[in-house]
Design a binder for this molecule. Sequence first.
Ligand code: SF4
Ligand code: SF4
Length: 419
Amino acid sequence: MGISVPKLNSVTLHYFENCVGCAACAPSCPYYHVDKHYAPVEKAEFLREILRKKYTLAGKLFGPLTGAKLPKREEEFRKLIEFAYRCADCGHCYVTCPFGIDSGAMVNKLRQVLFGASYGPTLLRQLSALERDKGYIAAARAIWEDFLRDAHAPVGKKGARILLMVSLGDIILTRQAVLDAVSILKKVGEDFSLPEKPLGIFPPVGYTVGDAESLKTVVADIVSYIEGLSPQAVVMINGCYTYPYFRFEATNILKRKFSFKVLHISELLAEYLRQGRLRLKKRSVKAALQDSCQLARRGGVIEEPREVLETCAEVIDVKHSREDVECLGGGAGIGILARPARDALVKTLGVSVTPSDWERQFLEKLEKDYAKAANRRVEELRNAGADVVVALCPFALEALRGAGLAAEHFVSVVAKALV
Ligand code: SF4
Ligand code: SF4
Protein backbone atom coordinates (compact mmCIF):
# COMPACT_ATOMS: atom_id res chain seq x y z
CA MET A 1 0.00 0.00 0.00
CA GLY A 2 1.47 3.39 -1.02
CA ILE A 3 1.58 6.44 1.19
CA SER A 4 -0.70 9.31 0.31
CA VAL A 5 0.06 12.58 2.06
CA PRO A 6 -2.06 15.63 2.82
CA LYS A 7 -1.92 18.60 0.47
CA LEU A 8 -0.11 21.63 1.84
CA ASN A 9 -2.66 24.42 2.04
CA SER A 10 -1.72 27.70 3.71
CA VAL A 11 -2.57 26.36 7.18
CA THR A 12 -0.62 23.08 6.93
CA LEU A 13 2.21 24.93 5.20
CA HIS A 14 2.46 27.20 8.24
CA TYR A 15 2.40 24.19 10.63
CA PHE A 16 4.98 22.45 8.43
CA GLU A 17 7.45 25.31 8.02
CA ASN A 18 7.39 27.54 11.06
CA CYS A 19 8.20 25.30 14.02
CA VAL A 20 11.52 26.40 15.53
CA GLY A 21 11.79 23.39 17.82
CA CYS A 22 11.74 25.50 21.01
CA ALA A 23 9.66 22.87 22.88
CA ALA A 24 7.54 25.56 24.55
CA CYS A 25 4.54 23.38 23.70
CA ALA A 26 5.87 20.29 25.50
CA PRO A 27 4.66 20.82 29.09
CA SER A 28 1.12 21.54 27.88
CA CYS A 29 0.69 17.99 26.61
CA PRO A 30 -0.75 15.40 29.00
CA TYR A 31 1.28 12.68 27.28
CA TYR A 32 4.59 14.55 27.59
CA HIS A 33 4.32 13.91 31.32
CA VAL A 34 4.05 10.19 30.62
CA ASP A 35 7.07 10.08 28.32
CA LYS A 36 9.16 13.03 27.14
CA HIS A 37 9.17 11.53 23.64
CA TYR A 38 5.44 12.17 23.40
CA ALA A 39 6.00 15.95 23.24
CA PRO A 40 3.74 17.59 20.62
CA VAL A 41 6.69 18.69 18.52
CA GLU A 42 8.13 15.16 18.41
CA LYS A 43 4.80 13.65 17.34
CA ALA A 44 4.25 16.30 14.67
CA GLU A 45 7.81 15.75 13.41
CA PHE A 46 6.83 12.33 12.02
CA LEU A 47 4.40 14.05 9.65
CA ARG A 48 7.01 16.69 8.81
CA GLU A 49 9.45 13.93 7.79
CA ILE A 50 6.84 12.56 5.41
CA LEU A 51 5.96 16.00 4.03
CA ARG A 52 9.64 16.88 3.50
CA LYS A 53 10.08 13.74 1.45
CA LYS A 54 7.05 14.55 -0.66
CA TYR A 55 7.26 18.33 -1.01
CA THR A 56 10.87 19.50 -0.71
CA LEU A 57 13.59 19.16 -3.35
CA ALA A 58 16.25 18.51 -0.70
CA GLY A 59 14.03 15.82 0.82
CA LYS A 60 13.49 14.15 -2.54
CA LEU A 61 17.22 14.24 -3.39
CA PHE A 62 18.88 13.56 -0.06
CA GLY A 63 16.15 11.81 1.98
CA PRO A 64 16.97 11.09 5.65
CA LEU A 65 20.01 13.43 5.57
CA THR A 66 17.53 16.31 5.45
CA GLY A 67 15.04 14.79 7.88
CA ALA A 68 12.83 13.49 5.05
CA LYS A 69 11.50 9.97 5.35
CA LEU A 70 8.58 7.75 4.39
CA PRO A 71 7.72 4.79 6.62
CA LYS A 72 8.16 1.51 4.77
CA ARG A 73 8.63 -1.38 7.16
CA GLU A 74 6.01 -2.76 9.55
CA GLU A 75 8.06 -1.67 12.62
CA GLU A 76 8.17 1.90 11.31
CA PHE A 77 4.38 1.98 10.93
CA ARG A 78 3.96 0.51 14.41
CA LYS A 79 6.17 3.20 15.89
CA LEU A 80 4.17 5.90 14.09
CA ILE A 81 0.89 4.44 15.34
CA GLU A 82 2.11 4.48 18.92
CA PHE A 83 2.99 8.19 18.69
CA ALA A 84 -0.09 9.14 16.65
CA TYR A 85 -2.30 7.63 19.38
CA ARG A 86 -0.69 9.59 22.19
CA CYS A 87 -2.55 12.76 21.25
CA ALA A 88 -6.01 13.67 22.54
CA ASP A 89 -6.27 16.59 20.09
CA CYS A 90 -6.88 18.77 23.14
CA GLY A 91 -5.41 21.87 21.46
CA HIS A 92 -3.31 22.89 24.49
CA CYS A 93 -0.07 22.86 22.48
CA TYR A 94 -1.75 25.06 19.88
CA VAL A 95 -2.45 27.85 22.36
CA THR A 96 0.94 27.59 24.07
CA CYS A 97 3.01 27.64 20.87
CA PRO A 98 4.35 31.18 20.27
CA PHE A 99 3.84 30.60 16.54
CA GLY A 100 0.32 29.21 16.75
CA ILE A 101 1.29 25.78 15.48
CA ASP A 102 -1.41 23.17 16.03
CA SER A 103 0.60 19.99 16.57
CA GLY A 104 -2.64 18.13 17.38
CA ALA A 105 -3.88 18.91 13.87
CA MET A 106 -0.56 17.62 12.49
CA VAL A 107 -0.95 14.40 14.47
CA ASN A 108 -4.49 14.02 13.13
CA LYS A 109 -3.09 14.34 9.60
CA LEU A 110 -0.51 11.71 10.48
CA ARG A 111 -3.42 9.42 11.44
CA GLN A 112 -4.93 10.12 7.99
CA VAL A 113 -1.66 9.10 6.34
CA LEU A 114 -1.58 5.90 8.40
CA PHE A 115 -5.23 5.11 7.66
CA GLY A 116 -4.57 5.59 3.94
CA ALA A 117 -1.82 2.98 4.23
CA SER A 118 -4.28 0.60 6.00
CA TYR A 119 -2.89 1.18 9.49
CA GLY A 120 -4.74 2.21 12.63
CA PRO A 121 -6.35 0.60 15.69
CA THR A 122 -8.76 -2.13 14.52
CA LEU A 123 -11.63 -1.08 16.78
CA LEU A 124 -11.61 2.53 15.55
CA ARG A 125 -11.39 1.35 11.94
CA GLN A 126 -14.35 -0.97 12.49
CA LEU A 127 -16.42 1.67 14.28
CA SER A 128 -15.71 4.14 11.50
CA ALA A 129 -16.93 1.65 8.86
CA LEU A 130 -19.99 0.75 10.97
CA GLU A 131 -20.87 4.39 11.43
CA ARG A 132 -20.49 5.07 7.71
CA ASP A 133 -22.65 2.06 6.74
CA LYS A 134 -25.13 2.64 9.61
CA GLY A 135 -24.42 -0.91 10.72
CA TYR A 136 -24.77 0.14 14.35
CA ILE A 137 -28.48 0.94 14.12
CA ALA A 138 -29.75 -2.67 14.10
CA ALA A 139 -27.37 -3.63 16.92
CA ALA A 140 -28.46 -0.63 18.96
CA ARG A 141 -32.21 -1.17 18.51
CA ALA A 142 -32.92 -2.65 21.94
CA ILE A 143 -30.84 -0.10 23.83
CA TRP A 144 -32.38 2.75 21.82
CA GLU A 145 -35.98 1.56 22.36
CA ASP A 146 -35.31 1.19 26.05
CA PHE A 147 -33.94 4.74 26.16
CA LEU A 148 -36.99 6.13 24.29
CA ARG A 149 -39.33 4.31 26.70
CA ASP A 150 -37.65 6.02 29.65
CA ALA A 151 -37.45 9.40 27.94
CA HIS A 152 -41.20 9.84 27.26
CA ALA A 153 -40.48 12.60 24.78
CA PRO A 154 -41.51 13.49 21.22
CA VAL A 155 -39.55 11.52 18.64
CA GLY A 156 -38.82 12.52 15.03
CA LYS A 157 -41.10 15.57 15.33
CA LYS A 158 -40.84 17.80 12.27
CA GLY A 159 -40.55 21.51 12.91
CA ALA A 160 -39.78 21.20 16.65
CA ARG A 161 -37.63 24.18 17.66
CA ILE A 162 -34.88 22.01 19.14
CA LEU A 163 -33.56 18.61 18.12
CA LEU A 164 -31.65 16.95 20.94
CA MET A 165 -28.84 15.19 19.08
CA VAL A 166 -28.20 11.83 20.73
CA SER A 167 -25.66 9.28 19.54
CA LEU A 168 -25.21 5.67 20.54
CA GLY A 169 -22.09 6.69 22.47
CA ASP A 170 -24.13 9.20 24.49
CA ILE A 171 -26.53 6.44 25.48
CA ILE A 172 -23.81 3.95 26.33
CA LEU A 173 -21.59 6.32 28.31
CA THR A 174 -23.92 9.01 29.64
CA ARG A 175 -27.49 7.66 29.41
CA GLN A 176 -28.63 9.31 32.66
CA ALA A 177 -27.32 12.69 31.54
CA VAL A 178 -29.29 12.42 28.28
CA LEU A 179 -32.44 11.58 30.28
CA ASP A 180 -31.68 14.51 32.58
CA ALA A 181 -31.40 16.81 29.55
CA VAL A 182 -34.82 15.57 28.40
CA SER A 183 -36.26 16.33 31.88
CA ILE A 184 -34.88 19.87 31.78
CA LEU A 185 -36.29 20.53 28.29
CA LYS A 186 -39.70 19.27 29.46
CA LYS A 187 -39.55 21.38 32.62
CA VAL A 188 -38.96 24.63 30.71
CA GLY A 189 -41.70 23.70 28.22
CA GLU A 190 -39.35 23.59 25.24
CA ASP A 191 -40.69 22.50 21.85
CA PHE A 192 -38.18 19.72 21.22
CA SER A 193 -37.75 16.30 19.72
CA LEU A 194 -35.46 13.32 19.96
CA PRO A 195 -34.23 11.63 16.78
CA GLU A 196 -35.92 8.37 15.73
CA LYS A 197 -32.59 6.57 15.78
CA PRO A 198 -29.20 7.21 17.35
CA LEU A 199 -27.24 9.71 15.29
CA GLY A 200 -23.92 7.95 14.90
CA ILE A 201 -21.69 6.06 17.30
CA PHE A 202 -19.38 8.94 18.26
CA PRO A 203 -19.97 11.06 15.16
CA PRO A 204 -17.85 11.41 13.17
CA VAL A 205 -15.76 8.57 14.60
CA GLY A 206 -13.83 8.52 11.29
CA TYR A 207 -12.07 11.67 12.51
CA THR A 208 -10.37 9.68 15.27
CA VAL A 209 -8.76 7.22 12.88
CA GLY A 210 -8.15 9.54 9.92
CA ASP A 211 -10.94 7.99 7.80
CA ALA A 212 -11.86 11.05 5.73
CA GLU A 213 -14.38 9.22 3.53
CA SER A 214 -16.42 7.84 6.45
CA LEU A 215 -16.23 11.18 8.21
CA LYS A 216 -17.73 13.00 5.23
CA THR A 217 -20.47 10.40 4.65
CA VAL A 218 -21.47 10.38 8.32
CA VAL A 219 -21.56 14.17 8.60
CA ALA A 220 -23.59 14.42 5.35
CA ASP A 221 -26.10 11.77 6.51
CA ILE A 222 -26.61 13.33 9.93
CA VAL A 223 -26.95 16.85 8.51
CA SER A 224 -29.46 15.57 5.95
CA TYR A 225 -31.50 13.85 8.71
CA ILE A 226 -31.48 17.02 10.83
CA GLU A 227 -32.49 19.23 7.92
CA GLY A 228 -35.36 16.83 7.16
CA LEU A 229 -36.80 17.68 10.59
CA SER A 230 -35.98 21.40 10.16
CA PRO A 231 -35.28 22.37 13.78
CA GLN A 232 -33.97 25.87 14.50
CA ALA A 233 -31.15 24.39 16.53
CA VAL A 234 -29.56 21.04 17.19
CA VAL A 235 -28.40 20.68 20.76
CA MET A 236 -25.90 18.14 22.03
CA ILE A 237 -24.84 17.18 25.52
CA ASN A 238 -21.63 15.59 24.25
CA GLY A 239 -18.71 17.84 25.15
CA CYS A 240 -16.18 15.91 23.10
CA TYR A 241 -15.12 16.32 19.44
CA THR A 242 -18.70 15.98 18.10
CA TYR A 243 -19.39 19.59 19.11
CA PRO A 244 -16.56 21.38 17.24
CA TYR A 245 -17.07 19.07 14.28
CA PHE A 246 -20.72 19.90 13.77
CA ARG A 247 -20.38 23.51 14.94
CA PHE A 248 -17.34 24.50 12.83
CA GLU A 249 -15.93 21.79 10.58
CA ALA A 250 -19.06 20.26 9.08
CA THR A 251 -19.90 23.28 6.91
CA ASN A 252 -16.32 23.23 5.56
CA ILE A 253 -16.52 19.51 4.86
CA LEU A 254 -19.86 19.76 3.04
CA LYS A 255 -19.02 23.20 1.61
CA ARG A 256 -22.36 24.80 2.43
CA LYS A 257 -24.24 26.50 5.23
CA PHE A 258 -26.84 24.60 7.25
CA SER A 259 -30.42 25.57 8.01
CA PHE A 260 -29.90 25.03 11.76
CA LYS A 261 -27.64 26.31 14.54
CA VAL A 262 -25.47 23.98 16.61
CA LEU A 263 -25.49 24.51 20.37
CA HIS A 264 -24.05 22.74 23.34
CA ILE A 265 -26.64 22.19 26.07
CA SER A 266 -24.74 24.59 28.36
CA GLU A 267 -25.33 27.37 25.82
CA LEU A 268 -29.05 26.59 25.71
CA LEU A 269 -29.35 26.42 29.51
CA ALA A 270 -27.53 29.74 29.91
CA GLU A 271 -30.01 31.23 27.42
CA TYR A 272 -32.94 29.84 29.46
CA LEU A 273 -31.48 31.36 32.65
CA ARG A 274 -31.16 34.80 31.06
CA GLN A 275 -34.74 34.53 29.81
CA GLY A 276 -35.94 33.47 33.28
CA ARG A 277 -37.24 30.18 31.88
CA LEU A 278 -34.99 27.96 33.98
CA ARG A 279 -35.26 28.11 37.76
CA LEU A 280 -32.59 26.38 39.82
CA LYS A 281 -32.01 25.99 43.53
CA LYS A 282 -28.45 26.47 44.79
CA ARG A 283 -27.30 23.36 46.65
CA SER A 284 -24.63 23.49 49.35
CA VAL A 285 -22.14 21.52 47.36
CA LYS A 286 -18.63 22.58 46.36
CA ALA A 287 -18.13 21.85 42.68
CA ALA A 288 -14.95 21.98 40.62
CA LEU A 289 -15.57 22.33 36.90
CA GLN A 290 -13.42 20.28 34.55
CA ASP A 291 -13.78 22.28 31.35
CA SER A 292 -13.94 20.33 28.13
CA CYS A 293 -10.96 20.94 25.80
CA GLN A 294 -13.24 20.67 22.78
CA LEU A 295 -15.84 23.06 24.16
CA ALA A 296 -13.63 25.58 25.94
CA ARG A 297 -10.51 25.67 23.80
CA ARG A 298 -11.69 24.56 20.38
CA GLY A 299 -15.27 25.84 20.69
CA GLY A 300 -15.05 28.94 22.91
CA VAL A 301 -17.83 27.65 25.21
CA ILE A 302 -16.27 28.82 28.47
CA GLU A 303 -18.60 31.08 30.42
CA GLU A 304 -21.92 29.31 29.76
CA PRO A 305 -21.21 26.16 31.82
CA ARG A 306 -20.00 28.39 34.70
CA GLU A 307 -22.94 30.74 34.45
CA VAL A 308 -25.30 27.78 34.85
CA LEU A 309 -23.27 25.86 37.43
CA GLU A 310 -22.94 28.91 39.69
CA THR A 311 -26.73 28.95 40.11
CA CYS A 312 -26.73 25.35 41.41
CA ALA A 313 -23.50 24.96 43.36
CA GLU A 314 -20.58 26.75 44.95
CA VAL A 315 -18.03 26.70 42.15
CA ILE A 316 -14.40 26.39 43.23
CA ASP A 317 -11.67 27.94 41.11
CA VAL A 318 -9.30 25.28 39.80
CA LYS A 319 -5.88 25.85 38.28
CA HIS A 320 -5.71 25.10 34.55
CA SER A 321 -9.28 25.85 33.66
CA ARG A 322 -11.17 27.69 30.93
CA GLU A 323 -9.05 27.89 27.73
CA ASP A 324 -6.04 26.72 29.76
CA VAL A 325 -7.77 23.48 30.80
CA GLU A 326 -5.55 20.44 31.27
CA CYS A 327 -6.83 17.44 29.35
CA LEU A 328 -7.29 14.05 31.00
CA GLY A 329 -6.02 12.47 27.80
CA GLY A 330 -9.05 10.55 26.52
CA GLY A 331 -9.93 12.63 23.46
CA ALA A 332 -9.54 11.77 19.77
CA GLY A 333 -10.49 8.13 20.24
CA ILE A 334 -8.11 7.25 23.09
CA GLY A 335 -11.01 7.00 25.54
CA ILE A 336 -12.87 4.79 23.05
CA LEU A 337 -9.88 2.45 22.80
CA ALA A 338 -9.51 2.10 26.55
CA ARG A 339 -11.76 0.22 28.92
CA PRO A 340 -14.52 0.49 30.06
CA ALA A 341 -15.77 2.31 26.92
CA ARG A 342 -14.09 -0.22 24.64
CA ASP A 343 -15.77 -3.22 26.33
CA ALA A 344 -19.16 -1.49 26.37
CA LEU A 345 -19.00 -0.69 22.66
CA VAL A 346 -17.76 -4.13 21.67
CA LYS A 347 -20.59 -5.73 23.68
CA THR A 348 -23.34 -3.44 22.43
CA LEU A 349 -22.33 -3.59 18.80
CA GLY A 350 -21.29 -7.22 18.77
CA VAL A 351 -18.04 -6.16 17.10
CA SER A 352 -15.59 -9.00 16.93
CA VAL A 353 -12.10 -7.72 17.62
CA THR A 354 -9.32 -10.29 17.72
CA PRO A 355 -6.18 -8.21 18.05
CA SER A 356 -2.80 -9.50 17.01
CA ASP A 357 -0.18 -9.87 19.75
CA TRP A 358 1.25 -6.55 18.73
CA GLU A 359 -2.10 -4.78 18.86
CA ARG A 360 -2.93 -6.30 22.25
CA GLN A 361 0.34 -4.90 23.59
CA PHE A 362 -0.41 -1.59 21.90
CA LEU A 363 -3.82 -1.38 23.64
CA GLU A 364 -2.41 -2.41 27.02
CA LYS A 365 0.30 0.27 26.84
CA LEU A 366 -2.18 2.87 25.57
CA GLU A 367 -4.44 2.16 28.53
CA LYS A 368 -1.57 2.51 31.01
CA ASP A 369 -0.30 5.71 29.40
CA TYR A 370 -3.84 7.15 29.36
CA ALA A 371 -4.21 6.42 33.10
CA LYS A 372 -0.84 8.10 33.81
CA ALA A 373 -1.75 11.10 31.64
CA ALA A 374 -5.07 11.48 33.48
CA ASN A 375 -3.48 11.06 36.88
CA ARG A 376 -1.69 14.41 36.84
CA ARG A 377 -4.96 16.29 36.32
CA VAL A 378 -6.83 13.99 38.70
CA GLU A 379 -4.44 14.93 41.52
CA GLU A 380 -4.87 18.63 40.76
CA LEU A 381 -8.65 18.22 41.00
CA ARG A 382 -8.45 15.98 44.06
CA ASN A 383 -6.44 18.68 45.86
CA ALA A 384 -8.93 21.40 44.95
CA GLY A 385 -11.16 20.34 47.86
CA ALA A 386 -14.41 20.00 45.93
CA ASP A 387 -17.25 17.65 46.89
CA VAL A 388 -17.77 16.84 43.25
CA VAL A 389 -15.98 17.37 39.95
CA VAL A 390 -18.38 18.39 37.22
CA ALA A 391 -17.43 17.28 33.72
CA LEU A 392 -18.89 17.81 30.26
CA CYS A 393 -16.89 15.25 28.31
CA PRO A 394 -17.87 11.57 28.65
CA PHE A 395 -14.24 10.44 28.65
CA ALA A 396 -13.25 12.96 31.33
CA LEU A 397 -16.11 11.61 33.43
CA GLU A 398 -14.89 8.02 32.92
CA ALA A 399 -11.31 8.94 33.79
CA LEU A 400 -12.31 10.86 36.92
CA ARG A 401 -14.58 8.11 38.20
CA GLY A 402 -12.00 5.48 37.30
CA ALA A 403 -9.52 7.34 39.54
CA GLY A 404 -12.00 7.29 42.43
CA LEU A 405 -13.16 10.93 42.32
CA ALA A 406 -16.81 11.86 42.84
CA ALA A 407 -17.69 13.13 39.39
CA GLU A 408 -20.99 14.08 37.81
CA HIS A 409 -22.12 15.08 34.36
CA PHE A 410 -22.87 18.79 34.10
CA VAL A 411 -26.44 18.15 32.90
CA SER A 412 -27.19 15.85 35.83
CA VAL A 413 -26.01 18.48 38.33
CA VAL A 414 -28.39 20.99 36.75
CA ALA A 415 -31.28 18.49 36.69
CA LYS A 416 -30.85 17.85 40.44
CA ALA A 417 -31.25 21.58 41.12
CA LEU A 418 -34.46 22.04 39.11
CA VAL A 419 -37.16 23.90 41.05
S1 SF4 B 1 5.26 23.67 17.85
FE1 SF4 B 1 5.63 25.78 18.55
S2 SF4 B 1 6.10 25.62 20.74
FE2 SF4 B 1 6.28 23.55 19.86
S3 SF4 B 1 8.43 23.34 19.35
FE3 SF4 B 1 7.44 24.12 17.49
S4 SF4 B 1 7.57 26.36 17.61
FE4 SF4 B 1 8.07 25.57 19.65
S1 SF4 C 1 -3.25 18.42 21.04
FE1 SF4 C 1 -3.06 18.01 23.25
S2 SF4 C 1 -2.61 15.83 23.37
FE2 SF4 C 1 -2.21 16.44 21.24
S3 SF4 C 1 -0.06 16.95 21.16
FE3 SF4 C 1 -1.15 18.86 21.60
S4 SF4 C 1 -1.18 19.03 23.84
FE4 SF4 C 1 -0.65 16.89 23.33
